[in-house]
Write a protein that binds this ligand. Sequence first.
Ligand code: DMJ
Length: 915
Amino acid sequence: MARTRSSSSIRWRYLNPAYYLKRPKRLALLFMAFVFVSFFVWDRQTLVREHEEELSKLKEEMDRLQNELGELRHEGGVPVKKMNTTTKRTDVTKMDGLATDPIEDQRREKVKDAMIHAWTSYEKYAWGHDELQPQSKNGVDSFGGLGATLIDSLDTLYIMGLDEQFQRAREWVANSLDFNKNYDASVFETTIRVVGGLLSAYDLSGDNVFLEKAKDIADRLLPAWDTPSGIPYNIINLAHGNAHNPGWTGGDSILADSGTEQLEFIALTQRTGEAKYQQKVENVILELKKNFPADGLLPIYINPHRGTPSHSTITFGAMGDSFYEYLLKVWIQGNRTAEVKHYREMWETSMKGLLSLVRRTAPSSFTYISEKIGNSLIDKMDELACFAPGMIALGSSGYGPGDSTKFLNLAEELAWTCYNFYQSTPTKLAGENYFFHSGQDMTVGTSWNILRPETVESLFYLWRLTGNKTYQDWGWNIFQAFEKNSRVEAGYVGLKDVSTLSIILKSARVNTGVKDNMMQSFFLAETLKYLYLLFSPPSVISLDEWVFNTEAHPLKIVSRGGNSKPNIRLRGFITRPKKINKIEVDDHSQRAVTTALWCNFLVFSLKFGVWLFTSSHVMLAEVVHSVADFANQALLLYGLRSSKRAPDALHPYGYSKERFVWSLISAVGIFCLGSGATIVNGVQNLWTSQPPGNIMYAALVIGGSFIIEGASLAVAVHAVRKGAAAEGMKVRDYVWRGHDPTSVAVMTEDGAAVTGLLIAAGSLVAVNLTGNPIYDPIGSIIVGNLLGVVAIFLIQRNRHALIGRAIDDHDMKRVLEFLKNDPVVDSVYDCKSEVIGPGFFRFKAEIDFNGAILFQDAAKEKDETEMLKVMSFYGEEVVTALGSEVDRLEKEIQEIVPGIRHVDIEAHNPIIPPP
Ligand code: DMJ
């Protein structure tokens, strides 16, 4: 029995901590094994996590496809509308909070990347020319050499925050743009791209150079309206001013070309105070109104001498489209007042006509807008007509409740059809037009795709007006198809045939040249802008404050006949996604941690070697110290990496706090292993130790380690200084209260390491001088205590960071001071802040707004008649003003303390509800 007990206790002795404490070399080997196993597990885990992320993305995609498939099956194998047509009719144009979804952020960035690619290619190969030919890498002047792409891109660059590119383009406009060209220009194209682009750049930037240029080109276009009826000729020579119509129209003017200058020319009058522009274009509508048909549908040709329609096609596609669009938009631009009522009336009449053109396909019941010649309907729809769902949705709110719902439903049905123009082809890009033959749903007619924007334009409006995110997903799918098929090395090109996959053709060895060689300027002006806005908060170019011309150039809505300047400077409304000035702490911290990691590895190896030779207790303490530091820094690095993960649905504020968790774990590790084991070893050997041998080796290694650890300490101190500067704090304050304890952790550990080496050196010198070995374990105990102090300090630092303390007092005071002094703020209640990551915070306050000042702002610079209108719309005005004030306060608070990422300002209800 006794034998059995003793053999089993021998077997289990390895699990007894006392076994290792008596055998320090084995303890060190155990530590090493622990470190290497941890590393291995960590490495595997990182891999597994990356795979899991990939898998979850694939799973989401699979779920989506399965849903679609389920619905397809349910409806008998044909594509049907996925979304609920009774979507909540919420106007989300003021709900900023809805649009801070991380997926939207990622998508928006991808669209911005596409713009950068398109613009950089244009800058490189076609600078100053109208359009870029990406395959042959050269520029062409398809609009007379007016820099069409450059001007078309100005506002997109501005909205996307591409400031340097915008500035370079602005310099070209100021110094090189010359309109004195002996060139027969299209009045329509020049107006929507050049006048519209310049005015939009002016409204966004306030830079007069754009207004001057807009006036210059508009003055050159004006003689086109000098016709007997006032219906303009569609072509004019920019240098000489002689105007005419294209030969192929039989002398007629084109409806869209004649009725799509109103927004730009009215805006020009509002900004210059010169009436002539507005008069010319408004007269066109009055002239057309005289012969306006009962169904509001005008054929595409108009006689400029008599002002009467000529027998021709009626369409919402090519040559008709934007005439209808501008009827609605001039009404919106004119603040929906009595003065512009006739535009709305004409538009509503045309919408009745549109209803008479609406048909549905069999078997899938796609809704489409047919065309008409005489009394015959033609089952054809252009992709160009896909702007109509957006227009109808935009105009639907002007109807009473019943019609409003009816038109919004129609808009959603048409958008579904347009989306299927894309989805039904192998390339997932739409052709130019579609035919609807009985029993066949849709068939591509003209099969090219030239990067047109109309469908994404409609998706943008529908998302803004319904809040239904399905439209964002559709837009994203279309964007991805452009990326896949149209992106080439030097920009984006169209496809000659969307219904043929190049991969199939390649395998059949047919060289068809599927891609074309043109990057249309509207791809940068419209397609990419609408896609970018589709993934931006609704306050970015709010539909309450801006109206888009037909080339997607936003024009600021100003009071008609009132201000000669847009009120862009009144309150600094936000026109871009909020820019976050991120405090760049990560790079310094990461550098400090990585340096410390390698230095510790080196030092550990040296110390370990020397300890094997000397068997010194203080050297063992130093080995343990380095192992603890190494493990700690590996954990910090892991924490830093994990905390950089992008926010997701489960963690909408991101993972930035994760580094505190790992930092805390490592601090506890130092406390238990580093400090605990070293002290215990020292205490155990206090009375039994022998003088260590080979002290010279120990001295050498201590010296070498001192230099290495010293270098690592210098990097960490530098990181701490940088961190303090980035947060505007003194180094001392940063050490105790800074928002990123990582670099502080490395600095304290390295500091302790350097001090530990001095202690080790001191104790060995003491042993050598006195011959008393007790100084060796005493050194070990001191090093252990030092580690304990460091660990307790780090535990405290990370504990505070994890609990989520408030922002610094002085920052909070600055924000409160700002709010207190703002005229629109009466009182501030319930102010709270929380650190949500290293260097960024959430701030929340309830504000009692000053109603009188709000109202004065809304009514500012309006005369008495205007005042009446203001009064009648005061509810709307005040709500808009309140929303804008909240935006402004949030923006300014973020400027005061840049790390504040989330600002929640709420309106305070001053009436205390009864208990
Ligand atoms: C753009 O130039 C304008 O949107 C215009 O109204 C019609 N077509 C092109 C883009 O497709």
